[in-house]
Design a protein around this ligand. Structure first.
Ligand code: SF4
Length: 177
């Protein structure tokens, strides 16, 4: 897997001060995508152990709230397989830090075994390791600059642990701020 960019001390993509990883590869091709160069899976640099280590280190200070995954599309099947071991590392080596994942796929698509464009043997475990899923494609007609942490009003900020426990979508407390 390749990645386009890492933003350290990012305050725009989730609660608190975060490390944000923008992976390469996205098949959604939303109109007026904010990051079209990342559609290409070969764009950017190789995501290797040194990069993982640097991100893990960056998450350790007490003032860092967690990791945010964007793209590109972190939930493309190819990227899911590459990222699952990384999510496990973050969980085991960075206790107390949150994981936010931005995906153009919806919660329903990611939990539908017949939706093979996004559902893989890795998907459920990845979601079980996440705190927040911001889901859905960017829809230009629903764009709103007043929305916090998302670009268009169709996108939802989903509390993943609460959703898994309830068996239905539970929106995050951050949805209305
Ligand atoms: S899902 Fe995100 S990266 Fe992919 S085309 Fe849409 S806005 Fe761009």
């Amino acid at each position: 897997m390749n990645y386009a960019e890492i933003k350290y001390n990012d305050i725009a993509n989730g609660i608190g001060v975060r490390t944000s990883l923008f992976v390469s590869g996205c098949t959604h091709h939303c109109k007026e995508c904010f990051n079209p160069m990342t559609w290409d899976f070969a764009y950017g640099k190789v995501f290797n152990k040194e990069v993982e280590d640097a991100i893990i280190e960056s998450l350790k200070p007490a003032y860092i709230s967690g990791l945010t995954m964007l793209g590109g599309e972190p939930m493309e099947p190819f990227n899911q397989e590459a990222l699952l071991p990384f999510y496990k590392r973050v969980r085991s080596e960075c206790p107390g830090k949150t994981i936010w994942i931005y995906s153009g796929y919806t919660w329903e698509q990611l939990n539908d075994p017949t939706f093979t464009r996004a559902y893989t043997p890795f998907t459920s475990e990845i979601l079980s390791l996440a705190d927040i899923l911001v889901d859905g494609e960017f829809v230009l007609e629903k764009k709103s600059l007043g929305l916090r942490f998302r670009g268009s009003s169709n996108q939802r900020i989903i509390d993943v642990p609460a959703t898994l426990a309830a068996g239905e979508i539970v929106l995050s407390e951050y949805s209305n701020r």
